[in-house]
Design a protein around this ligand. Structure first.
Ligand SMILES: [Zn+2]
Length: 502
């Protein structure tokens, strides 16, 4: 059965320019009020029922979020939920405040949510409004549900209130759409989004959005010698696995990609023959989040009609148990001719990615960026608040970190290199898949992947340790965060990283 793609339309966004009057606020069912630290009394004089708001703020505990919660005495009894931002607040802090304030609206009836940030200078106000909006758009999106009774929508429209001039929200809207798509795909039950239907859905999105679509099925991958990917795929007795390539070409169709995105798409990771225990396997339908993030980025890029040629590669397969599943000490040959001795079948992500990276880097893109929920050690090293980044251009480390700080999806760089390949040395093949001792597995995994980058293509690997967090992260309220969409858009739009990698 075919799968219907998600409805990705954001709620409508209205803007009321100029002063903040009672009538505008009455059009909002709820109002998110963002105030500077220790707001002046004069600021409250600009707000309808300002003295009351000031009083409530002063009587709330200093460090609580929301910093104020009260209703206006208008016809709608508009709920005002307020938060405080320090003058030098980081993007991450702004996004986090947005999530916490929107979460505080959870029990309210669906309606129009106002965003108002008085008392900041114009530039700061515009970025604060966009960051709070990002949180509202994430919360407004309905993740897949199979309840017989659909949950009611929470947010119908958004109104930006009290800004001197129109705030440009296009980028925030496109990033929200891309992130929502990524979270929707990741939240799908693994029997509904199997490897066939995932490829089919990608074809569907390609048709709607004007991308080209190609599916490399196992037969074609066998011809290409993609033995590492196929080692994982051979456990899928329905032959559902494939590598999918999507192409976005706003200009000349034949042009090489400026940016190539690669995503790990393990539909469900049982661990394979080296089976995972229950608690580690429970959420393994999320092991395709890297591929979902890659599609989300492509969707945001094409939504903004960016003048960039982009390829997007999805490595789609399950990692199953069974009589035909691969096992420890198998030896396989990858598409670049390198032989790999398998060690642990739960290290399937790097196997599936190895061949996908060979295919992607053979096309000589300007920058190759891969995303994968790859290792537990990355979470142990930096928690699930940050994601790890690794690159074959070490000079990029400061820029990669800076981009994370700027956009609020924070990353931390780790080393890779030949030195670490000593742990992957083996007698019967060019390298082994991983080390039986799991120390520094995120670094070994990335060093392994580097062996499959052709043409010395500039490459960044993101180990998505921040992809799964019960309370959400930054602006994202859900367990699966779609981390990486916002980051990569910042790489493109703020840093131009793909144009300066030599
Ligand atoms: Zn695994």
């Amino acid at each position: 059965m075919k799968l219907n793609p998600p409805i990705l339309n954001n709620p409508r966004i209205f803007q009321s320019l100029g002063g903040i009057d009672a009538k505008t606020l009455e059009s909002c069912d709820q109002l998110l009020l963002i105030l500077p630290e220790k707001p002046a009394t004069s600021l409250f004089r600009q707000l309808p029922e300002g003295p009351k708001l000031h009083r409530v703020l002063r009587t709330t505990a200093a460090d609580s979020t929301p910093a104020l919660r009260t209703r206006l005495s208008n016809k709608k009894l508009t709920l005002v939920v307020g938060g405080i931002l320090k003058k030098e607040s980081s993007t991450f802090e702004q996004l986090t405040l947005g999530r916490k304030l929107v979460t505080a609206l959870a029990d309210e009836k669906a309606g129009s949510v106002g965003i108002c940030a008085p008392g900041f200078d114009d530039d700061a106000q515009s970025s604060i409004v966009n960051n709070i909006l990002a949180a509202v758009l994430a919360a407004a999106f309905v993740l897949p549900t199979y309840k017989s009774k659909q949950p009611p929508p929470t947010i119908k429209s958004v109104r930006i209130v009290g800004v001197p001039a129109r705030v440009d929200t296009k980028r925030t809207e496109a990033e929200a759409m891309g992130n929502n798509l990524a979270r929707w795909l990741t939240s799908m039950p693994p029997n509904k989004l199997d490897a066939y239907r995932y490829a089919d859905l990608a074809r569907n999105l390609a048709n709607v959005r004007g991308w080209t679509f190609k599916r490399f099925a196992t037969k074609e991958l066998t011809k290409l010698g993609a033995g590492a990917f196929l080692a994982v795929a051979q456990g899928n007795e329905d032959d559902s696995a494939s590598i999918v390539r999507l192409r976005y070409r706003p200009g000349k169709k034949s042009v090489r990609a400026d940016l190539s995105l690669v995503g790990k798409g393990i539909i469900f990771d049982t661990g394979g023959t080296n089976l995972k225990p229950f608690s580690s396997m429970l959420d393994m339908h999320g092991d395709m989040q890297g591929s979902a993030v890659a599609i989300g980025i492509l969707a945001a890029i094409s939504e903004l009609k960016l003048p960039l040629a982009v390829d997007c590669w999805l490595a789609l397969t399950e990692n199953r148990t069974g009589p035909s599943a691969y096992k420890s000490r198998d030896v396989v040959t990858a598409a670049n001719g390198k032989t790999i001795q398998t060690i642990h079948t739960d290290a399937e992500g790097r196997m599936a990615l190895a061949d996908t990276l060979v295919l992607a880097s053979r096309d000589k893109p300007g920058l190759l960026f891969d995303f994968a929920t790859l290792t537990g050690t990355c979470v142990s090293a930096i928690t699930n608040r940050f994601s790890g980044v690794f690159t074959n251009r070490e000079a990029l480390h400061p820029r990669l970190k800076r981009t994370g700080k700027r956009c609020g999806e924070r990353v931390w760089p780790f080393p890779i290199g030949d030195e670490f390949l000593e742990e992957l040395k083996c007698h019967s093949a060019d390298l082994r898949q991983c080390s039986p001792s799991a120390a520094g597995d995120h670094i070994l995994a990335a060093s392994f992947l580097a062996e499959f980058i052709e043409n010395d293509t500039p490459w960044v690997h993101m180990d998505l340790s921040a992809s799964d967090r019960d309370d959400g992260l930054a602006h994202i309220p859900s367990k699966f965060t779609g981390f990486g969409v916002r980051y990569t858009m910042s790489v493109i739009l703020d840093d131009n990283l793909f144009k300066a990698t030599d």
